[in-house]
Ligand binder design. Sequence first.
Ligand code: DOR
Ligand code: ZN
Length: 334
Amino acid sequence: MSLTLDTPLDMHLHLREGAMLDAVAPFSAAAFAGAVIMPNLVPPVDSLERLRWYRREIARASQGQQFTPLMTLFFRNYSAAELAEAKPQIIGIKLYPAGVTTNSAGGVANLAEADETLAVMERLGIPLLVHGESHGFVLDREQEFLPIYARIARQFPQLTIVMEHITTRRATELLDQHTNLFATVTLHHLQITLNDLAGGLLDPHLFCKPIAKRPEDRDALLQLALTAHPKLMFGSDSAPHPRSSKEGAGCAAGVFSAPVALPALAELFAQHGALGKLQAFVSDNARRIYNIAPPPKQVTLERRRWVVPARYGDVVPYLACSELAWRIADVQPA
Ligand code: DOR
Ligand code: ZN
Protein backbone atom coordinates (compact mmCIF):
# COMPACT_ATOMS: atom_id res chain seq x y z
CA MET A 1 0.00 0.00 0.00
CA SER A 2 1.35 3.44 -0.84
CA LEU A 3 0.32 7.08 -0.78
CA THR A 4 1.74 9.91 -2.89
CA LEU A 5 1.61 13.38 -1.39
CA ASP A 6 1.80 16.36 -3.71
CA THR A 7 4.13 19.09 -2.43
CA PRO A 8 4.07 18.40 1.32
CA LEU A 9 4.86 21.51 3.38
CA ASP A 10 6.01 21.94 6.95
CA MET A 11 4.56 25.28 7.97
CA HIS A 12 6.65 25.71 11.17
CA LEU A 13 10.26 24.55 11.35
CA HIS A 14 13.40 25.37 13.33
CA LEU A 15 16.58 24.69 11.37
CA ARG A 16 19.17 26.50 13.59
CA GLU A 17 22.53 27.43 12.06
CA GLY A 18 26.09 26.11 11.78
CA ALA A 19 26.73 22.43 12.46
CA MET A 20 23.17 21.83 13.72
CA LEU A 21 21.70 23.27 10.51
CA ASP A 22 23.94 21.01 8.46
CA ALA A 23 22.84 18.01 10.53
CA VAL A 24 19.08 18.58 10.48
CA ALA A 25 18.21 20.41 7.24
CA PRO A 26 18.64 17.32 5.02
CA PHE A 27 15.77 15.53 6.82
CA SER A 28 13.27 18.30 6.07
CA ALA A 29 14.67 18.89 2.59
CA ALA A 30 14.25 15.20 1.79
CA ALA A 31 10.68 14.83 2.96
CA PHE A 32 9.11 18.23 2.27
CA ALA A 33 8.82 20.50 -0.75
CA GLY A 34 9.22 23.50 1.52
CA ALA A 35 8.94 24.79 5.06
CA VAL A 36 8.27 27.96 7.01
CA ILE A 37 11.59 28.76 8.68
CA MET A 38 11.53 30.18 12.19
CA PRO A 39 13.74 33.23 12.81
CA ASN A 40 14.73 32.63 16.47
CA LEU A 41 18.47 32.44 15.94
CA VAL A 42 20.87 34.31 18.21
CA PRO A 43 20.73 37.15 17.28
CA PRO A 44 17.30 36.82 15.64
CA VAL A 45 16.71 37.09 11.91
CA ASP A 46 15.34 40.63 11.95
CA SER A 47 16.93 42.25 8.94
CA LEU A 48 16.79 41.49 5.24
CA GLU A 49 20.55 41.14 5.14
CA ARG A 50 20.46 38.42 7.79
CA LEU A 51 17.46 36.78 6.14
CA ARG A 52 19.24 36.52 2.78
CA TRP A 53 22.29 35.04 4.51
CA TYR A 54 20.10 32.50 6.33
CA ARG A 55 18.32 31.47 3.14
CA ARG A 56 21.68 30.84 1.47
CA GLU A 57 22.83 28.80 4.48
CA ILE A 58 19.68 26.67 4.30
CA ALA A 59 20.12 26.11 0.56
CA ARG A 60 23.70 24.99 1.15
CA ALA A 61 22.71 22.66 3.99
CA SER A 62 19.91 21.13 1.89
CA GLN A 63 22.60 19.45 -0.18
CA GLY A 64 21.08 19.94 -3.61
CA GLN A 65 17.65 18.63 -2.68
CA GLN A 66 14.77 20.65 -4.04
CA PHE A 67 13.43 22.46 -0.98
CA THR A 68 11.89 25.92 -0.68
CA PRO A 69 12.60 27.76 2.58
CA LEU A 70 9.66 30.08 3.21
CA MET A 71 11.41 32.73 5.25
CA THR A 72 10.10 34.70 8.23
CA LEU A 73 11.42 37.78 9.96
CA PHE A 74 11.49 38.08 13.75
CA PHE A 75 8.88 40.63 14.81
CA ARG A 76 10.07 44.06 15.87
CA ASN A 77 8.72 47.45 14.98
CA TYR A 78 9.63 47.76 11.31
CA SER A 79 9.17 50.91 9.23
CA ALA A 80 6.73 50.87 6.31
CA ALA A 81 9.69 51.10 3.93
CA GLU A 82 11.37 48.07 5.54
CA LEU A 83 8.18 46.06 5.30
CA ALA A 84 7.58 46.97 1.67
CA GLU A 85 11.10 45.84 0.80
CA ALA A 86 10.74 42.66 2.85
CA LYS A 87 7.36 41.58 1.49
CA PRO A 88 8.60 39.68 -1.62
CA GLN A 89 11.28 37.91 0.47
CA ILE A 90 9.09 36.57 3.26
CA ILE A 91 6.02 34.49 3.93
CA GLY A 92 5.30 36.33 7.16
CA ILE A 93 6.62 37.82 10.38
CA LYS A 94 6.87 35.75 13.56
CA LEU A 95 5.92 37.42 16.81
CA TYR A 96 7.21 36.09 20.12
CA PRO A 97 6.14 37.67 23.40
CA ALA A 98 9.47 38.50 25.10
CA GLY A 99 10.95 35.54 26.94
CA VAL A 100 8.20 32.94 26.34
CA THR A 101 10.45 30.36 24.69
CA THR A 102 13.87 29.50 23.26
CA ASN A 103 15.75 32.58 22.00
CA SER A 104 12.81 34.94 22.38
CA ALA A 105 14.40 37.45 24.78
CA GLY A 106 14.21 40.09 22.05
CA GLY A 107 10.49 39.52 21.50
CA VAL A 108 7.66 41.94 22.14
CA ALA A 109 7.38 43.09 25.76
CA ASN A 110 4.32 45.29 25.26
CA LEU A 111 1.92 44.13 22.57
CA ALA A 112 0.14 47.47 22.39
CA GLU A 113 3.35 48.90 20.91
CA ALA A 114 3.11 46.46 17.99
CA ASP A 115 -0.04 48.04 16.54
CA GLU A 116 1.66 50.39 14.11
CA THR A 117 3.68 47.61 12.50
CA LEU A 118 0.63 45.32 12.46
CA ALA A 119 -1.34 48.01 10.62
CA VAL A 120 1.32 48.21 7.89
CA MET A 121 1.49 44.42 7.66
CA GLU A 122 -2.27 44.35 7.22
CA ARG A 123 -2.10 46.99 4.47
CA LEU A 124 0.72 45.21 2.63
CA GLY A 125 -0.75 41.71 3.05
CA ILE A 126 2.07 40.30 5.20
CA PRO A 127 0.84 37.46 7.46
CA LEU A 128 1.49 37.52 11.22
CA LEU A 129 2.65 34.26 12.82
CA VAL A 130 2.37 34.17 16.60
CA HIS A 131 3.77 32.14 19.47
CA GLY A 132 0.66 32.71 21.56
CA GLU A 133 1.53 32.13 25.20
CA SER A 134 1.27 34.32 28.30
CA HIS A 135 3.74 34.21 31.17
CA GLY A 136 1.15 32.60 33.47
CA PHE A 137 0.81 29.10 34.90
CA VAL A 138 2.36 26.78 32.35
CA LEU A 139 -0.80 24.80 31.52
CA ASP A 140 -2.85 27.98 31.09
CA ARG A 141 -0.47 30.03 28.97
CA GLU A 142 -2.07 29.38 25.61
CA GLN A 143 -5.59 29.84 26.90
CA GLU A 144 -4.61 33.12 28.54
CA PHE A 145 -3.31 34.37 25.20
CA LEU A 146 -6.50 33.62 23.25
CA PRO A 147 -8.17 36.99 24.02
CA ILE A 148 -5.12 38.69 22.50
CA TYR A 149 -5.58 36.73 19.27
CA ALA A 150 -9.24 37.76 19.27
CA ARG A 151 -8.37 41.41 19.85
CA ILE A 152 -5.79 41.50 17.04
CA ALA A 153 -8.15 39.64 14.69
CA ARG A 154 -10.89 42.21 15.32
CA GLN A 155 -8.62 45.24 15.21
CA PHE A 156 -6.92 44.16 11.95
CA PRO A 157 -9.63 42.30 10.01
CA GLN A 158 -7.56 42.04 6.80
CA LEU A 159 -4.45 40.73 8.59
CA THR A 160 -3.83 36.99 8.18
CA ILE A 161 -3.01 35.71 11.68
CA VAL A 162 -1.61 32.23 12.28
CA MET A 163 -1.84 30.80 15.78
CA GLU A 164 1.29 28.68 15.77
CA HIS A 165 1.39 25.20 17.29
CA ILE A 166 -2.01 25.24 19.00
CA THR A 167 -2.36 22.84 21.91
CA THR A 168 -5.79 23.41 23.43
CA ARG A 169 -9.43 22.67 22.70
CA ARG A 170 -10.16 26.35 23.37
CA ALA A 171 -7.82 27.38 20.54
CA THR A 172 -9.61 25.02 18.14
CA GLU A 173 -12.87 26.77 19.04
CA LEU A 174 -11.46 30.25 18.48
CA LEU A 175 -10.39 29.29 14.97
CA ASP A 176 -13.96 29.40 13.68
CA GLN A 177 -14.80 32.70 15.33
CA HIS A 178 -12.63 34.99 13.21
CA THR A 179 -12.29 34.69 9.43
CA ASN A 180 -8.69 35.97 9.49
CA LEU A 181 -7.48 33.48 12.13
CA PHE A 182 -5.66 30.29 11.11
CA ALA A 183 -3.50 27.74 12.94
CA THR A 184 -0.71 25.23 12.70
CA VAL A 185 -0.54 22.07 14.77
CA THR A 186 2.44 19.77 15.38
CA LEU A 187 2.61 16.00 15.08
CA HIS A 188 3.52 15.53 18.74
CA HIS A 189 0.59 17.60 20.01
CA LEU A 190 -1.73 15.27 18.04
CA GLN A 191 -0.26 12.33 19.92
CA ILE A 192 0.98 13.13 23.41
CA THR A 193 -0.37 14.64 26.59
CA LEU A 194 1.39 15.95 29.69
CA ASN A 195 1.33 12.36 30.97
CA ASP A 196 3.74 11.22 28.27
CA LEU A 197 6.15 13.95 29.27
CA ALA A 198 5.86 13.91 33.04
CA GLY A 199 3.39 11.20 34.12
CA GLY A 200 6.04 8.55 34.65
CA LEU A 201 9.77 8.92 34.25
CA LEU A 202 10.38 12.43 32.95
CA ASP A 203 10.98 12.41 29.19
CA PRO A 204 12.98 15.53 28.32
CA HIS A 205 12.69 14.81 24.60
CA LEU A 206 8.94 15.51 24.82
CA PHE A 207 9.44 18.82 26.60
CA CYS A 208 8.47 21.73 24.37
CA LYS A 209 6.70 25.08 24.41
CA PRO A 210 3.74 25.12 24.46
CA ILE A 211 3.79 22.13 26.79
CA ALA A 212 1.56 19.15 25.90
CA LYS A 213 -1.83 19.45 27.58
CA ARG A 214 -4.80 17.27 28.61
CA PRO A 215 -6.33 14.30 26.75
CA GLU A 216 -9.39 16.36 25.78
CA ASP A 217 -7.12 18.99 24.23
CA ARG A 218 -5.16 16.40 22.28
CA ASP A 219 -8.40 14.79 21.10
CA ALA A 220 -9.82 18.11 19.88
CA LEU A 221 -6.64 18.85 17.92
CA LEU A 222 -6.65 15.37 16.43
CA GLN A 223 -10.27 15.70 15.37
CA LEU A 224 -9.47 18.95 13.57
CA ALA A 225 -6.43 17.46 11.83
CA LEU A 226 -8.11 14.22 10.77
CA THR A 227 -10.87 16.20 9.11
CA ALA A 228 -8.28 18.56 7.58
CA HIS A 229 -10.12 21.59 8.93
CA PRO A 230 -9.62 24.18 6.17
CA LYS A 231 -8.01 26.72 8.54
CA LEU A 232 -5.51 24.25 9.99
CA MET A 233 -2.04 23.46 8.60
CA PHE A 234 0.64 21.02 9.55
CA GLY A 235 3.67 22.66 11.18
CA SER A 236 6.06 20.24 12.83
CA ASP A 237 7.76 22.77 15.15
CA SER A 238 10.68 20.36 14.82
CA ALA A 239 13.19 22.02 17.15
CA PRO A 240 16.47 20.16 17.61
CA HIS A 241 18.70 20.60 20.64
CA PRO A 242 21.89 18.65 21.38
CA ARG A 243 21.63 15.96 24.04
CA SER A 244 23.69 18.08 26.40
CA SER A 245 20.89 20.70 26.37
CA LYS A 246 18.09 18.15 26.79
CA GLU A 247 19.32 15.51 29.19
CA GLY A 248 20.68 17.53 32.12
CA ALA A 249 19.14 20.00 34.52
CA GLY A 250 17.71 23.03 32.71
CA CYS A 251 16.27 21.06 29.79
CA ALA A 252 15.75 23.11 26.61
CA ALA A 253 12.27 23.09 25.03
CA GLY A 254 11.88 21.43 21.65
CA VAL A 255 10.94 18.14 19.98
CA PHE A 256 12.99 17.04 16.96
CA SER A 257 10.41 15.44 14.70
CA ALA A 258 11.64 16.23 11.18
CA PRO A 259 12.95 12.70 10.39
CA VAL A 260 9.68 11.01 11.35
CA ALA A 261 7.05 13.64 10.58
CA LEU A 262 5.52 12.37 7.34
CA PRO A 263 5.73 8.62 8.12
CA ALA A 264 4.23 9.14 11.57
CA LEU A 265 1.45 11.34 10.15
CA ALA A 266 0.63 8.67 7.56
CA GLU A 267 0.43 6.06 10.30
CA LEU A 268 -1.75 8.27 12.49
CA PHE A 269 -4.15 9.18 9.68
CA ALA A 270 -4.29 5.54 8.47
CA GLN A 271 -5.11 4.33 11.98
CA HIS A 272 -8.12 6.63 11.98
CA GLY A 273 -9.22 5.83 8.44
CA ALA A 274 -8.37 9.38 7.39
CA LEU A 275 -5.51 8.95 4.90
CA GLY A 276 -7.60 10.77 2.31
CA LYS A 277 -7.36 13.94 4.41
CA LEU A 278 -3.57 13.98 4.73
CA GLN A 279 -2.97 15.83 1.44
CA ALA A 280 -5.09 18.77 2.56
CA PHE A 281 -3.52 18.81 6.03
CA VAL A 282 0.10 18.75 4.87
CA SER A 283 -0.17 20.89 1.76
CA ASP A 284 -3.43 22.10 0.20
CA ASN A 285 -4.66 24.09 3.20
CA ALA A 286 -1.32 25.89 3.52
CA ARG A 287 -1.12 26.70 -0.18
CA ARG A 288 -4.61 28.17 -0.11
CA ILE A 289 -4.27 30.07 3.20
CA TYR A 290 -0.95 31.69 2.27
CA ASN A 291 -1.72 31.82 -1.47
CA ILE A 292 1.64 30.25 -2.32
CA ALA A 293 2.74 27.91 -5.11
CA PRO A 294 6.15 26.50 -4.22
CA PRO A 295 7.89 24.29 -6.78
CA PRO A 296 6.08 20.95 -6.62
CA LYS A 297 7.52 17.68 -5.36
CA GLN A 298 5.83 14.27 -5.16
CA VAL A 299 6.61 12.30 -2.02
CA THR A 300 5.51 8.66 -1.94
CA LEU A 301 5.05 6.85 1.35
CA GLU A 302 4.66 3.10 1.53
CA ARG A 303 3.60 0.70 4.24
CA ARG A 304 6.89 -0.77 5.34
CA ARG A 305 8.14 -1.14 8.89
CA TRP A 306 11.28 0.56 10.18
CA VAL A 307 12.70 1.41 13.56
CA VAL A 308 13.47 5.06 14.29
CA PRO A 309 17.15 5.41 15.28
CA ALA A 310 18.00 6.22 18.91
CA ARG A 311 19.90 9.29 17.73
CA TYR A 312 20.72 11.28 14.66
CA GLY A 313 24.19 12.55 15.45
CA ASP A 314 23.85 14.29 18.79
CA VAL A 315 20.06 14.75 18.63
CA VAL A 316 17.42 12.34 19.92
CA PRO A 317 14.44 12.30 17.54
CA TYR A 318 10.76 12.12 18.42
CA LEU A 319 9.68 8.44 18.54
CA ALA A 320 13.30 7.28 18.95
CA CYS A 321 13.61 3.49 18.93
CA SER A 322 9.95 2.92 18.12
CA GLU A 323 8.65 1.04 15.11
CA LEU A 324 6.81 2.98 12.42
CA ALA A 325 4.55 1.34 9.83
CA TRP A 326 5.16 3.79 6.97
CA ARG A 327 8.29 5.11 5.36
CA ILE A 328 9.24 7.43 2.53
CA ALA A 329 9.75 5.29 -0.56
CA ASP A 330 10.27 7.80 -3.34
CA VAL A 331 10.69 11.53 -3.93
CA GLN A 332 10.18 13.10 -7.34
CA PRO A 333 11.10 16.77 -7.57
CA ALA A 334 9.51 18.83 -10.30
O1 DOR B 1 9.61 23.89 22.14
C1 DOR B 1 9.95 24.86 21.50
N1 DOR B 1 11.15 24.95 20.94
N2 DOR B 1 9.08 25.87 21.36
C2 DOR B 1 9.43 27.02 20.78
O2 DOR B 1 8.62 27.90 20.71
C3 DOR B 1 10.80 27.24 20.31
C4 DOR B 1 11.47 25.98 20.01
C5 DOR B 1 12.96 26.12 19.86
O3 DOR B 1 13.40 27.04 19.15
O4 DOR B 1 13.68 25.32 20.43
ZN1 ZN C 1 8.56 26.84 17.01
